[in-house]
Design a protein around this ligand. Structure first.
Ligand code: AMP
Ligand code: TRP
Length: 333
């Protein structure tokens, strides 16, 4: 399959499983906003992926709307396609077919599956965690996607998507477009404020309030969290800096679009208190307008839902046409 001419299609997904943090913003959303005019974008709120882990139903609905509102508030334009995964049935249908063409060994070798089973045991996690990559492959290949912007942690899932696509194409002819991962360098891995060895993540934030800055955190909360961020015993910023200081500088550098030499020059010899308050100013300046727009958008949930439904209706025929192609190739139609 050749992709359609015009702007290359980009598909990205985020799970509506709780507050988005600064890592999500700097590593993902901000890049999508910046690059949106260069691509034909599809932004997907992957609620079917979210239920691979236990979710409170009311919270899941709330988080889904929150995520949509945050996407828009962050600058994703209205004319870009943003939709809720479960509203286009073809995702679940193609995922089933993909599962049937995926060796169990491939899925069992996925880092995410191995981490979960190691932590919780095989009796305590749903089979959705195992087959998760097949649904993700369906998300991506339903729309003849060229590029998938993700963080480093998702590289393995994209590799699987490519392997699966190639396997199906070899067997049935060129019916799927093979996508490529777009992995950003700057901001690609923001670390936890409480532990700069660990990636900032939703699950770690649940146990440690000082771990992450959330996109909807109030300014005083942001200042407090940054003031407590882990550094080291040095009296002032020195290079090469320790992991905690480097993480703060990485946050600053990404928000301000500065390179390392500029940042080193700016902060060398400055006390940590100055570093922390300058980073706090930058984070607050970046997040405040987003929070204002977010509140406006969430004040009319009906309008937001209508927009999401309309986009799902517009995308369904594209997804269905790929689904039909695959169904026909394997003998289902
Ligand atoms: P998740 O929150 O794991 O669903 O991730 C949503 C998107 O944000 C993905 O593209 C991730 O790679 C990206 N992301 C998540 N955590 C971080 C982080 N700490 N630093 C940079 N990007 C991140
Ligand atoms: N697995 C991704 C994550 O946890 C979310 C996701 C689901 C996704 N489907 C996708 C990302 C398709 C990109 C493309 O971050």
């Amino acid at each position: 399959m050749q992709p359609t001419p015009g702007k290359p299609r980009v598909f990205s997904g985020i799970q509506p499983s709780g507050g988005l943090h600064l890592g999500n913003y700097l590593g993902a959303i901000r890049n999508w906003v910046r690059d949106q005019d260069r691509y034909d974008n599809i932004f997907c709120i992957v609620d079917l992926h979210a239920i691979t882990l236990p979710q409170d139903p009311t919270a899941l609905r709330e988080n889904t709307l929150d995520l949509a509102a945050i996407y828009l508030a962050s600058g994703i334009k209205q004319d870009q396609a943003m939709f809720i995964q479960s509203q286009v049935a073809a995702h679940a249908e193609l995922a089933w077919i993909f599962q049937c063409f995926t060796p169990v060994g491939w899925l069992e070798r996925m880092t995410q599956f191995r981490d979960r089973t190691a932590r919780q045991g095989r009796e305590r996690i749903g089979a959705g965690i195992l087959t998760y990559p097949s649904l993700m492959a369906a998300d991506i290949m339903l729309y003849d996607t060229r590029y998938v912007p993700v963080g480093e942690d998702q590289r393995q899932h994209i590799e699987y998507t490519r392997d699966l696509g190639q396997r199906i194409n070899q067997r049935f002819g060129e019916i799927l477009v093979i996508p490529e991962a777009l992995i950003q360098k700057a901001g690609a891995e923001i670390k936890g404020l409480d532990d700069p060895e660990k990636k900032m993540s939703k699950s770690l934030a649940a146990d440690a309030p000082g771990h992450a800055i959330f996109m909807l955190d109030a300014p005083d909360v942001i200042r407090k969290k940054l003031a407590r961020a882990q550094t080291d015993a040095e009296p002032a910023v020195r290079f090469p800096a320790g992991a905690g200081v480097r993480n703060l500088l990485e946050i600053y550098r990404t928000i301000k679009d500065k390179d390392w030499p500029a940042v080193e020059q700016e902060f060398a010899g400055k006390p940590y208190s100055v570093l922390k308050s300058t980073v706090a100013d930058a984070v607050i300046e970046a997040l405040t307008p987003i929070q204002e727009r977010y509140r406006e958008i969430r004040s009319d949930d009906a309008a937001l839902m209508l927009q999401l439904h309309r986009t799902a209706d517009r995308l369904a025929p594209i997804a269905n046409s790929t689904l039909r192609r695959v169904q026909h190739a394997v003998g289902l139609r």
